[in-house]
Design a protein around this ligand. Structure first.
Ligand code: AMP
Length: 171
């Protein structure tokens, strides 16, 4: 993961003073780094009995949809309020900076689905916890929560109370 790691850009005081934002857009802009990330994730999740990848809006859509394509799986979107047109389940959570709610279409997953949730980064783990709740509320089995980056010092894994978590790059 050396190429991707080297391309992650640190942006101090964004979006608020005191936050060191880990910007993955240079990774997306570099074809070899983007492929390095998706290939590593595809190798991990191939032949694991998965049926769907679920991506968290919006950077989770980028990595998650590429991963779903690489694995030949369907893709489910976990979205911010007011975006999904049909009946949803929702979960509200606290962010490293602020609060937000995630929604999933009620019919996006079924019993028997085995799902990996994808996002670019886990910080305090609040977003990931809400995503895990939505996947199970929709009737599916959560196989793993997967991130390109983990901010280990924020102890997001502890909030997830034993749920399986995987990250490619840890700070
Ligand atoms: P959390 O719920 O605290 O784990 O926050 C994770 C979500 O917030 C992810 O969707 C990240 O994209 C975003 N996020 C939080 N902190 C940062 C950071 N320092 N750099 C980049 N994205 C962040």
């Amino acid at each position: 993961m050396q190429r991707a790691r080297a391309l992650i850009r640190d942006v101090p005081d964004f979006p608020k003073p005191g936050i060191l934002f880990r910007d993955i857009t240079p990774v997306l802009g570099d074809p070899l780094a983007f492929r390095e990330v998706i290939d590593a994730l595809a190798a991990r999740y191939r032949n694991q009995g998965l049926t769907k990848i679920a991506g968290i809006e919006s950077r989770g859509f980028v990595f998650g949809s590429a991963l779903a394509y690489a694995l030949g799986l369907g893709f489910v979107i976990l979205r911010k309020p007011g975006k999904l047109p049909c009946k949803t389940y929702s979960a509200t959570y606290a962010l490293e900076y602020g609060h937000d709610t995630l929604h999933i279409h009620q019919d996006a997953l079924q019993k028997g689905d085995r799902v990996v949730v994808m996002d670019d980064l886990i910080a305090t783990g609040g977003t990931a916890k809400a995503a895990a709740e939505l996947v199970t509320q929709a009737g599916a089995e959560l196989a793993e929560l997967c991130f390109v980056i983990e901010l280990g010092f924020l102890k997001g894994r502890e909030k997830l109370q034993g749920l399986p978590v995987h990250a490619l790059i840890t700070y």
